[in-house]
Design a protein around this ligand. Structure first.
Ligand SMILES: O=C(O)[C@H](O)COP(=O)(O)O
Ligand SMILES: [Mn+2]
Ligand SMILES: [Mn+2]
Length: 547
């Protein structure tokens, strides 16, 4: 159990942590959908309540460098655990640099498995250097190592990004990579891209939101069914022409073929490496490969017997995948765990798209609840979110208000997906509406918290809607497309996020300390203090100032 604070008994009512996904605070308002939004509630929060800025990117969330933007996984891990762990991106890079990955049993089984079969290793994953789910350098290192260890052929199944990297950057990755493979090919090793498609079209669904995507991915990568092209870069060019204005993440699936035959279907005896390190969008395709006849999410047509490995373990509770190349961060002592051990009842809510963020990531990548936790999922729409920028903000708010009013919970948390999910679409106007939907939600939720004698901490996991255009590096003005339109930015940002203390109960006794370098990992201890507990020894410092 956590120790009681000697000097402060905690507030009488509940503490509600509200994560506005994708809400950063930029230095300039140029291109910010947040600045352009009408948001009277948030404006008055910033004007009237204590607030500080928190670091939410780079080393503050366990990424390899401060050039790396934050993301939902590392952000929610840091908030929930109150600590910073070296994350997948860093762990994989280190394992490759040291060579430890090649010594591991999983890699050796991949190579041995392939050699015992047709000698083919398939690599499926997100094809960019976004470092949110994957990094193309990891893929290159594995292709080279497979060749050096005597694997005959590799086939790459490339999921086009445009979501963690510029929206139409696919060819900037594909062309050099095709040249890299061509050189290897000349050495007698058979290395080719075999299939691909936009990451929001195939394979990378998450949280059971839309299994159709995974089914289509299976048809593309495994069965080799779909429109055929001679190379991946030709496929991208042709598909862009056919679907003008479609950005990389939404491009249709494609298969690479020669004389009508796909070059890289997945067959019995092959090895398959899913090279994303992040779990949320890796779990469904992993299940499709690993599960036996009990698999009922779609008709696989055929389920080849392969040696399957994930880059990391994606879910420690479900033990998924069975074989993984690098150990995940061993996240321990999360706030949910210690609040549970201290008898604190907790409530978590979001819509499908962010449900795992506020439960699984928050709890240190665990899919099981701790004692006294209640989780509520609001089903997300299955549409492009620029068409419904309000998403499920109203329904999440209804659920949160009911949970606050029930009086059952001392600590509650929710995630509003809007700023992030709509931010990723690159639609400026829809993103302003997304922020407005969150503002409206807050205008309903906060009075319910007041009525319960509670306090809210309003924050975000990383930026997104705060920069909707690529900025010209020199002028800092929006970069332009050849037709004069602004170049949309779909990725997260490097900006800090707010932490607002919404407190109408302490009469000004509580404030937030401005601590140099404070980040998302300072939130857990702050919540603990608000409910009258000292922080766990492993947690970073509390920002609560009790006067
Ligand atoms: O998976 C995604 O949608 C993006 O790569 C990252 O977004 P998230 O980290 O906010 O989920
Ligand atoms: Mn996020
Ligand atoms: Mn995002």
């Amino acid at each position: 159990m956590l120790q009681k604070l000697p000097s402060f008994p905690g507030i009488a009512g509940p503490v509600v942590v509200i994560v506005m996904d994708g809400y950063g605070v930029p230095k300039s308002d140029v291109g910010s959908a947040i600045a352009a939004a009408k948001k009277p509630t948030l404006d008055s929060l910033f004007a009237r309540y204590p607030h500080v800025l928190l670091r939410a990117h780079g080393s503050a969330v366990g990424m390899p460098s401060d050039e790396d933007m934050g993301n939902s996984e590392v952000g929610h891990n840091a908030i929930g655990a109150g600590q910073v762990y070296a994350q997948g991106a860093a762990l994989v890079a280190d394992a490759i640099a040291s060579g430890a990955i090649w010594q591991g049993e999983a890699w050796q089984q991949v190579v041995a498995g392939a050699k015992a079969g047709r000698g083919v290793v398939h690599f499926i994953g997100l094809f960019s250097d976004g470092n949110v789910h994957s990094h193309i350098d990891h893929l290159k290192a594995m292709v080279l190592r497979a060749r050096d260890e005597g694997v005959k052929a590799v086939r790459i199944h490339a999921l086009l990004d445009g979501r963690d990297v510029p929206e139409t950057s696919a060819l900037e990755y594909l062309e050099p990579f095709e040249a890299f493979l061509a050189e290897l090919q000349a050495g007698g090793f058979d290395a080719q891209i075999a299939s691909g498609g936009g990451r929001m079209t195939i394979t990378m669904d998450r949280y059971d939101a839309n299994w159709k995507m995974v089914e289509q991915g299976w048809h593309t990568h495994v069965l080799g069914r779909g429109e055929q092209f001679a190379s991946a870069s030709q496929a991208v060019r042709a598909l862009r022409e056919k679907h003008p204005g479609t950005i990389d993440q939404d491009l249709p699936a494609f298969v690479i073929g020669k004389d009508g035959q796909p070059v890289g279907t997945i067959e019995d005896g092959d090895a398959v490496v899913f090279y994303n390190f992040r779990g949320d969008r890796a779990i469904e395709i992993t299940r499709a490969f690993e599960e036996g006849a009990e698999f009922d999410k779609f008709d696989r047509v055929r389920a080849p017997k392969v040696t399957y490995a994930g880059m990391l373990q994606y879910d420690g509770d479900l033990k998924l995948p069975k074989r993984f190349l690098v150990d995940p961060p061993a996240i321990r002592d999360t706030m949910s765990e210690w609040f549970a051990k201290s008898g604190v009842a907790q409530f978590a809510c979001s819509e499908t798209q962010k449900f795992g963020h506020v439960t699984y990531f928050w709890n240190g990548n665990r899919s099981n609840k701790f004692d006294g936790e209640t989780w509520q999922e609001v089903p997300s729409d299955v549409v492009p979110f620029e068409q419904r920028p309000w998403m499920k903000a109203a329904e999440i708010t209804d659920a949160m208000i009911a949970a606050v009013q029930s009086g059952k919970y001392k600590v509650l948390r929710c995630n509003y997906a809007n700023g992030d999910m709509v931010g990723h679409s690159g639609h400026f106007r829809a993103a302003t509406m997304a922020v407005e939907a969150v503002d409206l939600a807050l205008s309903r939720l906060l009075p319910a918290i007041d009525a319960a004698g509670g306090i809210a901490l309003i924050t975000a996991d990383h930026g997104n809607a705060d920069e909707m255009f690529e900025l010209d590096k020199k002028t800092k003005q929006p970069a332009q497309n050849p037709d004069g339109s602004f170049k949309a930015k779909t990725a997260h940002t490097l900006n800090p996020v707010p932490l607002i203390l919404y407190d109408n109960v302490s009469g000004g006794k509580l404030a937030l300390k401005a601590v140099e370098g404070a980040g998302l990992s300072n939130i857990a201890a702050t919540v603990a203090n608000l409910i009258g507990f000292d922080k766990h020894a492993a947690w970073d410092a509390s920002l609560l100032d009790v006067r």
